[in-house]
Design a protein around this ligand. Structure first.
Ligand SMILES: Cc1ncc(COP(=O)(O)O)c(C=O)c1O
Length: 399
């Protein structure tokens, strides 16, 4: 399979990890060589309830037996999407009570940007340095990293940048600004938490000048940081929130939510302000609904904070300089990028899945399924510490 994988399926790196997946269940991915890998990555924060959670599988099977795609977004009333958006409204703070369902995180960002420009009649979008919001042209244009964006220029216009957590930059938000878009917790940059009421200050500056605040919850959202939505940790309510990843419980989805007043602007001037064929797809919405119910009706969310403590307790090692993040969105900051690489690659050999972050090369991602057990956490931490002990002891001691 690996040969065909490399030959026929488009690759994005010369050396993909290339695990040959046989099946997956709970916190484990099983490979065709009969290995059982403990998953500390969850498909990059996507499989919030682990792999093939029985309630998600049941919801998918039930829906598949009724109907699949029947119409483009927004024309027919279909129970899974209606119930999902209604339940989201019940959980989101006022006035975020209307949700547009799309197909991916990046499309949720595109929709949010369009809505902000449409609502304010302004064009300038302000994003943060080292942000990651996705890879389609609009989202990519929010990435202030020339090495990655230059080959795709010209990018979307009138986008400028501020430094995350830097208060003096807030003066750059002016009456020309349509929206400021931020990740609630910066992901690719190294799991950077907003400090010193930063998000509140951004929000109040936006209000002062009539700009909208868009928060990207695509990674921190859906229970990963001890609240259903990461922004609830920072006492701020955005004008538009972008959702995705863990929302689908392992199926592809994105969404953006705003007030009814804002969202209804997509109905005119122009009519059909955002169009998608498969957004709100009944199979995907059924999976997302089952995910949201399970996350919100159990103790999964508060338990993420207990599990964070366990990780922090069992991941003390001289080569780990810092553990950043919140809940089950954690990043180990190693002494060097080289040590991060060695840890990730050696962990793979020991059947523990770890992964990189996009920009912070010294970081090792720990974003397991929210359902991970204490025993699994301790088992994985034990593997990490063993590997680091060997790395520390020197080259002869590795293996
Ligand atoms: C914060 C954030 N925003 C947006 C995206 C894009 O989501 P997708 O890959 O579903 O388009 C990601 C994906 O990694 C993300 O982490």
């Amino acid at each position: 399979m690996k040969e065909d994988f490399l030959k026929y399926q488009a690759q994005t790196t010369p050396h993909p990890l290339s695990l040959e997946v046989s099946h997956a269940s709970g916190c484990y991915i099983y490979t065709t060589d009969d290995k059982k890998h403990l998953d500390f990555v969850a498909g990059v924060s996507a499989c919030s309830l682990g792999h093939s959670h029985p309630k998600i599988v049941k919801a998918i099977k039930d829906q598949a037996g009724k109907y699949l795609h029947v119409m483009v977004y927004g024309e027919y009333a279909q129970a899974p999407a209606v119930e999902l958006t209604k339940l989201l409204a019940a959980h989101l703070p006022d006035p975020l009570n209307k949700t547009y369902l799309v197909n991916s995180g990046t499309e949720a960002i595109e929709g949010s940007l369009k809505l902000a420009r449409r609502a304010t009649g302004r064009s300038e979008i302000i994003a943060a340095r080292h942000a990651y919001h996705g890879n389609t042209m609009g989202s990519l244009s929010l990435m202030d990293f020339k090495e990655r964006t230059k080959p795709f220029e010209p990018l979307v216009g009138d986008i400028s940048f501020i430094e995350f957590n830097k208060e003096s930059d807030l003066q750059k938000i002016t009456t020309k600004t349509a929206a400021v878009i931020l990740e609630t917790i910066q992901g690719g940059a190294g799991f950077i938490i907003p400090t010193n009421d930063y998000l509140k200050k951004v929000s109040s500056r936006c209000k002062e000048v009539g700009a909208l605040l868009i928060l990207d919850e695509i990674q921190p959202g859906f229970g990963r940081t001890g609240k259903l939505f990461g922004f609830e940790n920072f006492e701020v309510v955005p004008d538009i929130v972008a959702l995705g990843k863990g929302m689908g419980g392992g199926l592809p989805i994105g969404a953006f939510s705003a007030s009814e007043e804002l969202m209804d602007l997509l109905m005119d001037n122009p009519k059909l302000g955002h169009i998608t064929t498969f957004g709100g797809n009944p199979l995907i919405a059924a999976a997302a609904l089952a995910t949201l119910k399970e996350i919100s009706e159990t103790r999964i969310i508060p338990e993420t904070l207990e599990k964070e403590k366990l990780f922090r307790k069992h991941l003390q090692h001289p080569l780990i300089k810092e553990i950043r993040g919140k809940g089950l969105m954690l990043a180990l900051i190693m002494e060097s990028a080289e040590i991060a690489d060695r840890l990730i690659l050696q962990a793979k050999e020991k059947e523990l899945i770890l992964f990189w972050l996009l920009f912070e090369k010294r970081a090792v991602r720990i974003t397991p399924p929210l359902t991970i057990s204490n025993e699994e956490i301790m088992k994985g931490c034990g593997i990490i510490v063993d590997i680091l002990n060997k790395i520390k002891a020197g080259p002869g001691a590795v293996n």
